[in-house]
Design a protein around this ligand. Structure first.
Ligand code: UFG
Length: 326
């Protein structure tokens, strides 16, 4: 039996694949390589280059491998871009996921671990955000993920598809062999590190007039190794006959943009110039998780909650791979 990992050549998917393989799991990867990197995948792992919306390739994978479960990482994930280009977010994240699900259900694959997001909540009404918090996304990206959450719930009711939807807060950091390499890069920590490497002149702070102590937006940064651990635990939960669940994943703390920049200065020992820029459309002021349910239901136990450790791991990877996977 094998696990189908969509987006297994991407940032978070590649780390999950690394950990699944270390656990002795059989893995099959489907990745379009639009954003993923072939070099992020070990050549010994069965790899299909293709689109999650292409039913033919998914039928082929299900036909050629005994797929027991799917971890679905493939998605477009930029909050700001989704505000400008909602059509491609709904098409890629919702319509294509529906096609993927239909082939899986048709092929009797009944376990699904879904990469959802804190963006399904929108501007928080209370902090920290637990699973009962109202959902009112403020970006098409958040809506696209919320729509898939609803589809999964309906598929469980109708087709007995058991799923865990993991709502990541801000994924970051690196393992020894896998790190963050997006093109274009829009995420705060890699951009700060590019500034530290001299690859860009400065880092823009998107808004310093938020209702937070230092005026900059607060996020709950979570190390990808801890995210990956949650995926393995979600799979275990489903294998043990666990019910479908929506689970928030974060450290329950939260750091402002200024605090992240200060930590990066300390870790890298470099001066990092900042400039104040307008707020970015679709950005909530503060996103901090209540991850009690992840601990209780999945037995999740994050190892790298401190921002310094997260940045240290990312800095190590970027220093060893100054051009990313190229
Ligand atoms: N930011 C800056 N300057 C930059 C880049 C980012 O100030 O150059 C700020 C953003 O405005 C935000 C924070 O840094 O306040 C973090 O921004 P990221 O782009 O790193 O991450 P996001 O919070 O926008 O989004 C990430 C994922 C989403 C996910 C979200 C959930 O990319 O997929 O976390 O919290 F939905």
């Amino acid at each position: 039996m094998a696990i189908l990992v969509t987006g297994g050549a991407g940032y978070i998917g590649s780390v999950a694949v690394e950990h699944l393989c270390k656990q002795g799991e059989r893995v099959v990867i489907l990745d379009s390589l639009v954003y993923g990197h072939r070099q992020a995948v070990d050549s010994s792992i069965p790899f299909y280059e293709g689109d999650i919306g292409d039913k033919t390739i998914i039928e082929k994978i299900v036909g050629e491998h005994e797929i027991e479960a799917c971890m679905h990482f493939s998605a477009f994930t930029s909050v700001g871009d989704s505000v400008k280009n909602p059509n491609i977010y709904y098409e890629n994240n919702v319509v294509k996921t529906l096609k993927l699900l239909d082939v899986l259900v048709g092929g009797n694959v009944k376990r699904f671990v879904f990469s959802s997001t804190a963006a399904v909540f929108g501007e928080p009404q209370r902090i920290p955000i637990d699973e009962t918090h109202p959902q009112n996304p403020n970006s098409p990206y958040g809506w696209s993920k919320l729509m898939v959450e609803q589809i999964l719930h309906s598929y469980d009711t109708a087709y007995n598809l058991k799923f865990v939807a993991l709502r990541y807060f801000n994924a970051c950091g690196a393992s020894d062999s896998h790190g963050e390499d997006h093109d274009p890069e829009t995420h705060l920590i890699p951009l700060i590190l590019f500034a530290a490497q001299g690859k860009r002149d400065s880092i823009a702070i998107f808004g310093d007039d938020y209702p937070t102590p230092d005026g900059t937006a607060i996020r709950d940064y979570i190390h990808i190794a801890d995210l990956s651990q949650a995926h393995l635990l979600a799979l275990k939960h489903l294998r043990n006959g666990g019910a479908s669940e929506f689970v928030n994943l974060g450290n329950g703390g939260g750091y402002s943009v200024r605090e992240v920049i200060a930590a990066a200065k300390k870790i890298t020992g470099k001066e990092i110039e900042t400039i104040i820029a307008p707020r970015r459309a679709g950005d909530p002021s503060r996103l901090v998780a209540d991850a009690k349910k992840a601990r209780e239901v999945l037995g999740w136990n994050p190892q790298f909650p401190e921002i310094e450790k997260i940045i240290e791991s990312a800095w190590k990877w970027h220093s060893l791979n100054p051009n990313g996977y190229e």
